[in-house]
Design a protein around this ligand. Structure first.
Ligand SMILES: Cc1cc2nc3c(=O)[nH]c(=O)nc-3n(C[C@H](O)[C@H](O)[C@H](O)COP(=O)(O)OP(=O)(O)OC[C@H]3O[C@@H](n4cnc5c(N)ncnc54)[C@H](O)[C@@H]3O)c2cc1C
Length: 454
């Protein structure tokens, strides 16, 4: 029997094992510029037992396995570079338990963040990690995702309390638990989070929840220059106000958003800010933020406490990436993702803007400034080798600048294929330890090969 029939036998349902060309094609490429490659088979498991059966089979025969959530990752993570089996986890999308009094939920990996938040509304709770895409909780854990709320609530690694994981040989293990903290042994949950599908396949996650704040206020402040906006963001962080979000968007991105969302925001470097907490803390914080923005030579300041206007304002920020895509039709996009110590951010952004201008390119710059994490989105023609080389040089420069200041090559997107070379520059000797861990968990190297390490 061939691989297809073998897997059908193990899954017992032909409908959920496919070699359909369109489905293979859908699982062959990420959203960025990396070269596509089709898997041989796509499997849609329903249970941990099915995942285990497929992994045990693949491990005996050295067949590559690529876990797949919503497919929204940006560094070629889900491209099966050596073919094999793609495990699409989206049918495992049940919310198994919500424990409002414990502020936690138990979910399957294919549950998306919006699906979870919809179910949490009636409890007055929410799940805070919010990457721009409606990603799956499994995929978000695997990339240690973060988003606009991370300045207040932290990243995925701070939210995942426990995991059920299927290891390469099919063994099912459990890590962590329901306690909010633990000092028992090595933190395997923390190790699996951010492992990009290379150490195991998550089949169940215990995640932390947060109470919806009593009051929320959205503010938008435009500045004369990007460094002034970044500098003001740093001052706001220092002020200790009830900060929920603080995002920086440059003028080119505002222009793209205006075109994409039919808004008419002032085309200038802009801070999108959210204050959240008790009504008093939000009111007081708003006044402090207004003063700091004025001191930072802000040219326009707008406040939205109405929930519809607030949603529209944040939607504009969340759709920045789609707006940029729409502004460069037919072009491939590279989104850098460095994160620097917060005090270095203004100068890092200034340096990036100068670099882009020296190369005569257009780029959008926006990001989660409260964490020191910013994106430079460069549009290019992937068939123009000279342009590709130029883009790669710029990416290299931005990363090396960040590394030289104690930063990281990726604040949230992960290494995938696209940043493998930078892992060595960033972590030096400790990459050897990471490779040792990989060998221990996956001796035959079947789990998402070609990712993280060169
Ligand atoms: C418009 C846009 C905006 C974005 N904004 C942000 C942002 O602000 N912050 C941010 O962090 N990211 C952002 N991203 C990137 C992306 O949304 C995140 O990387 C997200 O975490 C990926 O989740 P996913 O479900 O799409 O996973 P996928 O892309 O399907 O997979 C990602 C990785 O997880 C692995 N994986 C998936 N499921 C499992 C599982 N069950 N077990 C083990 N491994 C698994 C895959 O093998 C792969 O390596 C953005 C993407 C887009 C398109």
């Amino acid at each position: 029997m061939g691989m297809y029939e073998d897997i059908v036998e193990r899954i017992g349902d032909r409908e959920r094992v496919t070699r359909n060309e369109t489905v293979l094609e859908q699982h062959s490429k990420g959203l960025a510029y990396h070269a596509p490659r089709k898997p041989d088979v796509v499997v849609f498991p329903n249970t941990a037992a099915e995942v285990s059966a497929v992994l045990a089979y693949a491990n005996e025969r050295n067949i590559p396995i690529t876990p797949f959530g919503a497919g929204s990752s940006l560094e070629g993570h889900i491209i099966p570079v050596n073919g094999g089996i793609t495990l699409n986890m989206t049918k495992m999308n049940r919310i198994l338990e919500i424990r409002p009094d414990d502020f936690l939920a138990v979910v399957e990996p294919g549950v998306t963040r919006m699906q979870l938040n919809e179910a949490l509304k009636k409890y007055g709770l929410f799940f805070p990690v919010d990457p721009g895409a409606d990603a799956t909780i499994g995929g978000m854990a695997a990339t240690n995702a973060s988003g606009t709320n991370s300045v207040k609530y932290g990243v995925m690694r701070d939210q995942v309390l426990g995991l059920e994981v299927v290891l390469a040989d099919g063994t099912i293990v459990h890590t962590g638990g329901m306690a909010l903290k633990s000092s028992a042994g090595y933190d395997l949950t923390g190790l699996f989070v951010g492992s990009e599908g290379t150490l195991g396949v998550f089949t169940r996650l215990i995640v932390r929840l947060q109470g919806i704040p009593e009051a929320t206020n959205a503010l938008k402040a435009s500045f004369v220059s990007l460094p002034m906006a970044a500098q003001t963001a740093a001052e706001i962080m220092k002020a200790g106000v009830a900060l929920g979000k603080i995002e920086l968007v440059d003028e080119q991105t505002i222009e793209a958003v205006n075109r994409y969302k039919q808004t008419n925001y002032l085309v200038a470097p802009t801070l999108f800010i959210e204050l959240s907490g008790s009504a008093t803390s939000v009111k007081e914080g708003t006044e402090i933020v207004r003063q700091l923005c004025e001191e930072g030579q802000c040219v326009a300041f707008q406040m939205e406490d109405d929930s519809i206007a607030r949603t529209a304002l944040w939607e504009a920020r969340h759709h920045a990436a789609f707006a940029i895509q729409a502004a460069y039709p037919g072009k491939a996009l590279l989104s850098t993702d460095v994160c620097v110590p917060v005090s270095e951010l203004a100068e890092a952004i200034r340096n990036t803007r100068q670099l882009v201008e020296e190369h005569g390119l257009t780029a959008a710059i926006f990001g989660h400034v409260g964490d020191g994490n910013y994106h430079t989105v460069l549009a290019f023609d992937p068939n123009d080798t000279e342009e590709v080389t130029r883009i790669e040089k710029i990416h290299e420069h931005i990363v090396r600048y960040a590394l030289a200041r104690g930063g990281t090559c990726t604040g949230e997107h992960g290494i995938g294929i696209g940043k493998r070379r930078f892992l060595y520059e960033e972590h030096g000797d400790s990459v050897m330890l990471m490779k040792g861990i990989k060998r221990l968990f996956d001796p035959n190297g079947i789990l998402n090969p070609g990712k993280i390490f060169i």
